[in-house]
Design a binder for this molecule. Structure first.
Ligand code: SF4
Length: 382
């Protein structure tokens, strides 16, 4: 910590008034639009969120319309954005707001935290941005700025360090313009105090910044060494009658609530065709042929998944079931389908070859994923 307490609000707000980005949720702001944007921005960068936010708020313009929507309708509009628990929790939060708050989003951090899917970060962000409450939202950006500003050398992924940084941030929140102050710290982290190349020469906080004074800006904040991602291998069956493909709804775990190809654990190369065939036969379909199509790799935040993909041609589909649907190749867009599922379908019915993509939307400058929501890692059950 610096010897003398620093005061950053004045310089920061002056910079923010000049430099802030024109973002959709800052236009025509409302508590509802703030709530939606904060859910979407968790673990996802601004550029990715913008089109999703526009579509989502056009279809569900207020709490009431979202609360009345079906789970599948909401997940479909989230399709491709990832972290699907956010979509389910946002809808559940809207339902709770209708049931317990007469449709008005509560203004206190405490009441916001009682809603589904809202943890300390989102509660503080919504309370401050939508209601100007004196709260401080500690996300990746704000944590980095504060750690550098105060020369914090302890790992920031340790709860005690985070608590200390939160307290330092909260102490800086001005009595007026608390929401703008929070957004200004976030914005500074996104545009100036960036993870790898902080632009200290143009930073409004440069005169009081301890990391800059000590030449430590680029090496802070510190984190504990990261554990390796577990590798998960599955067999996926692209079951098709030539015009349609069979998708199943994931009931739990990673990507719960989304639709994807049936899959099972990969027990080795020799067993794979049989596994794919049995996945089709289990639906009651009559199998005409099984062909290997290649592998799809998808790196989630905490899982590295490789799916060995088989096209299974069938001559007759099985009986209908609520958790199974036959959809046309073009009809996937109307369902909630993850990026991973899209990649597997594309390979199953289209190009043959190996796909090796890494998830790129997540960014160190994105909002944290709230702990009230199950992280992908814990939830994945192939
Ligand atoms: Fe970040 Fe540099 Fe500004 Fe300090 S002076 S807050 S390290 S950009």
């Amino acid at each position: 910590m610096p010897k003398k307490p620093i005061t950053i609000a004045r310089a920061l707000l002056r910079w923010y008034d000049r430099a802030k980005r024109d973002l959709p949720w800052r236009r025509d702001p409302s508590p509802y639009r703030t709530l939606v944007s904060e859910f979407m921005l968790q673990q996802t960068v601004v550029a990715t969120v913008e089109p999703y936010f526009a579509r989502f708020t056009a279809r569900f313009p207020d709490v009431a319309s979202l609360a009345a929507a079906g789970d599948d309708d909401v997940t479909a509009l989230w399709s491709g954005l990832g972290y699907y628990a956010r979509a389910r929790n946002l809808r559940r939060a809207a339902m709770a707001i209708m049931a317990d708050h007469g449709g008005a989003i509560p203004s206190s951090e405490e009441a916001l935290r009682a809603l589904p899917g809202i943890g300390p970060y989102t509660a503080a962000a919504v309370a401050a941005i939508a209601f100007d409450a004196r709260a401080f939202a500690l996300d990746g950006n704000t944590m980095r700025v504060l750690a550098r500003l105060t020369g914090e050398r302890r790992p920031v992924d340790v709860p005690a360090t985070r608590a200390a940084l939160h307290a330092r941030g909260l102490a800086q929140v001005p009595r007026r313009r608390a929401g703008d102050f929070n957004q200004a710290v976030m914005e500074l982290g996104a545009l100036v105090c960036t993870p790898r190349s902080p632009r200290c020469d143009v930073c409004p906080l440069s005169p009081g910044c301890r990391a800059r004074a000590e030449g430590q800006a680029a090496s802070l904040p510190r984190k504990r060494p990261r554990a390796e991602r577990p590798v998960v291998r599955v067999v996926c069956a692209c079951i098709t009658d030539g015009a349609r493909v069979l998708v199943v709804k994931r009931r739990a775990g990673l990507l719960a609530g989304t639709w994807s190809l049936p899959e099972a654990a990969d027990r080795g190369a020799r067993a794979r065709p049989g596994v794919a065939r049995r996945l089709a036969e289990a639906t009651g379909a009559r199998v005409a042929g099984v062909a290997y199509r290649g592998a799809v790799r998808h790196v989630f935040t905490h899982r590295d998944v490789t799916a060995e993909l088989f096209r299974v041609d069938v001559t007759a589909s099985g009986p209908p079931a609520p958790e199974r649907r036959w959809v046309s190749f073009d009809g996937l867009g109307a369902l909630g389908v993850s990026t991973f599922a899209r990649k597997t379908v594309a390979l199953g019915v289209g190009n043959v070859g190996r796909r090796d993509d890494r998830k790129s939307r997540k960014s160190r400058t994105a909002r944290p994923y709230e702990k009230t929501q199950k992280p992908d890692t814990e939830a994945f059950r192939p």
